[in-house]
Design a protein around this ligand. Structure first.
Ligand code: DGY
Length: 326
């Protein structure tokens, strides 16, 4: 029997052809809502899912009686009910490693553009307002030599820290990760408790995954602890931060500036004040969004689903060990 795969994110023509050579494929690259009738219809027949950015709920899984495996085109898997998938015997895979450096580039892009006010000042030129030599009111702050506080020190956190330490001579602190002696030796990084890190860092950069423990990890109390003039960067998930508290801190000056690739609600609602604030650089969740990396992520997901549906261990499974224990 030919197996059916539902692909719900854009992949390259070559990748789609390679899947079609071996599977029946329902291709819905632009679906934005899991209630979409075409999505529900394909889901009811699918043995495998390949995609990203849709919330997969237990109710949705009830509509997928044949589902055996999901290959997410993302490293984060907060859109999936992992315990429920495991209970139902459904394998979940993600795409670590292939996006690490690209997402770290995005993190550093936010650090640089926020500290040096690059977007705000580029806008001056676009609006024809660069009429005299730039003065104090438009100066930014240095990045090199400053203290970078990483909240989370997984693969992406370490790649950002490496850029900071080796490229910009920054002192690296990290919290919400166990001490990592190899990184300490490589980068001179130092482990701190979160509160201590917030007090010491000039730039605080969040890379922790979204879990029950990290939801709203950074709120009013944490912003209040940061240094005067501190910059806050988030390339993790919007829900790791209390967004209302962050907006209040940006407005009253508790927080100097923020560079954000992720938000509580995505796409960002039209009435959000964030894009209109001069001290905010807001990007539309582009962490891994380069041609090279998105192609590599899609390929990893395709390799994962092929292996999973042929009974082999995928390259990057999330719950394989729990499934085997069950
Ligand atoms: C991920 O892979 O989790 C990134 O946030 C890109 O979506």
């Amino acid at each position: 029997m030919t197996r059916r795969i539902l692909v719900f994110r854009e992949i390259s023509a070559d990748q789609l052809d390679s899947l079609r050579a071996d599977f029946e494929v329902d291709y819905l690259p632009h679906v934005t809502d899991a209630d979409d009738p075409a999505f529900m219809d394909a889901l009811s027949r699918a043995h495998g899912l390949v995609g990203a950015s849709l919330k997969i709920t237990p109710a949705l899984l009830d509509q997928a009686p044949q589902l055996e495996a999901i290959a997410s085109i993302s490293v984060g898997y907060d859109n999936y009910p992992v315990d429920e998938l495991t209970r139902r015997g459904i394998l979940l895979c993600n795409t670590p490693d292939v996006l690490t450096e690209t997402t770290a580039d995005t993190g550093f892009l936010l650090i640089m553009s926020t500290a040096r006010r690059a977007i705000e000042l580029a806008e001056l030129i676009k609006q024809g307002k660069w009429t005299e030599s730039i003065g104090k009111s438009h100066f930014g702050t240095d990045v090199h030599g400053k203290t970078l506080g990483m909240v989370g020190m997984g693969r992406i956190g370490a790649a950002i820290a490496r850029r900071g330490a080796l490229g910009f001579g920054m002192k690296i602190l990290y919290a919400k990760a166990s001490p990592k002696p190899a990184l300490d030796a490589e980068l001179g990084a130092q482990h701190r408790e979160l509160d201590q890190l917030l007090e010491e860092a000039d730039i605080v950069c969040v890379t922790v995954p979204l879990t029950e423990e990290t939801e709203k990890l950074i709120g009013a109390a944490e912003f209040a602890r940061m240094k005067a003039g501190a910059i806050f960067v988030n390339v993790a998930r919007g829900k790791v931060v209390d967004e209302a508290a962050m907006i209040a801190a940006l407005k009253d000056g508790t927080l100097h500036a923020a560079g954000l690739d992720v938000f509580e609600k995505e796409p960002l609602p039209a009435d959000s004040p964030l894009p209109h604030m001069a001290n905010v650089v807001a990007l539309p969740h582009i962490g891994s969004a380069t041609h090279e990396t998105r192609t590599a992520m899609a390929q990893r997901a395709i390799d994962n689903i092929r292996l999973a549906l042929s009974g082999q261990r995928p390259l990057s499974p999330v719950n394989a060990d729990d499934l085997n224990d069950g």
